[in-house]
Ligand binder design. Structure first.
Ligand SMILES: [Zn+2]
Ligand SMILES: [Zn+2]
Length: 349
């Protein structure tokens, strides 16, 4: 490895993700920074792309990012500012930062309204542009949020999933009652539960996997399997994306209840529409996150609760083992053991 190359984990095709040497991420242009990656979390969407893709990885050049496969995966990134391009203010060399994962077109109607997460030609870091499973990544400086120095770099790598959870909780702002049930006790479900509890909400988690339920209970939450009696709830978060997740969420909603949906099922979900009508349930989607209203509060939460957040980390693997020790594990029979597996890239702590 020299000054012009770096290691990267790149998606080449379905079932074909390679650890290889590539040219180092480019020097930052105007308005850009280059980040020396510390840690990068593995996400269900990475596993989905690995096993069944391409979904988000473009085979033809992406309309916004202009990139196509092979592409470096990884969108849950913490790292240090390594180089700063012209016309960037507020960041210094060596600052620990986390990155927003969205690359909007800046031209469509949602972008014009500031709803860049709903962009009609949305690009994603680590899917349609080279991401953080690499020594370095070059991004618009506006994607970076600085992290207070007392937050460990591995905890900072949880900022993206926590930002997704912050966005979900914001989507529920109209809900009644200080009680909520979360379907799916993976990283997003647990992050959502931690945020809700910090606000004083009573939270219960539901999951099919005994190990995930045990993890939720270790974190102090009531938790049970779908077939258990959970009662009914004014606020339901669907974070599982599992085949039966939406149907379960509908069953848990009390009359007038609000369901916030963030799980992405692989196929259209069957649901009892009559139950939605008869109980006047309200359903709202929740798509990723924004920088100011979501990622910044997520960093604030991590800074206030670093020890609690760190308990979501269930595995750490070096970059060279990101496929065999990371994606393959999360695709295999032991996936129920894990909430968040982090890939160690440049971190030494
Ligand atoms: Zn993710
Ligand atoms: Zn757009």
């Amino acid at each position: 490895m020299n000054q012009t190359t770096m290691s990267a984990v790149r998606w080449h095709g379905r079932g074909d993700v390679r650890y290889e040497t590539v040219p180092r991420a480019s020097s930052p242009g105007p308005g850009e920074i280059r980040v020396h990656v510390a840690w990068c979390g593995l996400c269900g969407s990475d596993v989905h792309e690995y096993l069944h893709g391409p979904f988000q990885v473009p085979v033809q050049p992406h309309p916004t990012t202009k990139q196509s496969a092979p592409i470096t995966l990884g969108h849950e990134i913490s790292g240090w500012v390594d180089a700063i391009g012209p016309r960037v203010s507020g960041l210094r060399h060596g600052d620990l930062v986390v990155l927003n994962a969205l690359l909007p077109c800046e031209r469509c109607a949602p972008c014009g309204r500031g709803e860049v997460h709903l962009c009609t030609a949305l690009g994603h870091l680590g899917m349609s542009a080279d991401g953080g499973l690499a020594g370095f990544v070059t991004v618009p400086a506006a994607m970076a949020v600085p992290v207070p120095s007392h937050v460990p770099s591995e905890v900072a790598a949880l900022a993206e999933p926590f930002a997704v959870a912050v966005h979900m909780v914001r989507q529920a702002a109209a809900a009644r009652g200080p009680r909520a049930v979360v379907v799916g006790a993976g990283a997003i479900g647990l992050a959502t539960a931690l945020l809700l509890r910090a606000e004083g909400t009573e939270v219960r988690l539901v999951d099919v996997a005994g190990l995930r339920l045990a993890h939720a209970r270790e974190l102090g939450f009531a938790a049970g399997k779908p077939e258990d009696d959970h009662g009914s709830w004014p606020l339901v978060f669907e974070c599982s994306g599992a085949e039966g997740g939406l149907s379960l969420a509908v069953g848990l909603g009390e009359p007038g209840g609000l369901l916030v949906l963030a799980g992405l099922p692989a196929a259209p979900a069957r649901v009892d529409a009559a139950a939605i009508v008869l109980r006047e349930l309200r359903l709202v989607g929740s798509m990723s996150h924004l920088v100011e209203p979501d990622l910044r509060p997520a960093v604030d939460f991590l800074a206030a609760h670093p020890g609690e957040a760190a308990r979501l980390i269930t595995g750490r693997v070096p970059l060279a083992d990101a496929v065999s020790g990371g994606l393959d594990v999360l695709a295999g029979p032991d996936r129920g053991r894990h909430a968040k597996v982090l890939v160690r890239v440049g971190a030494r702590d």
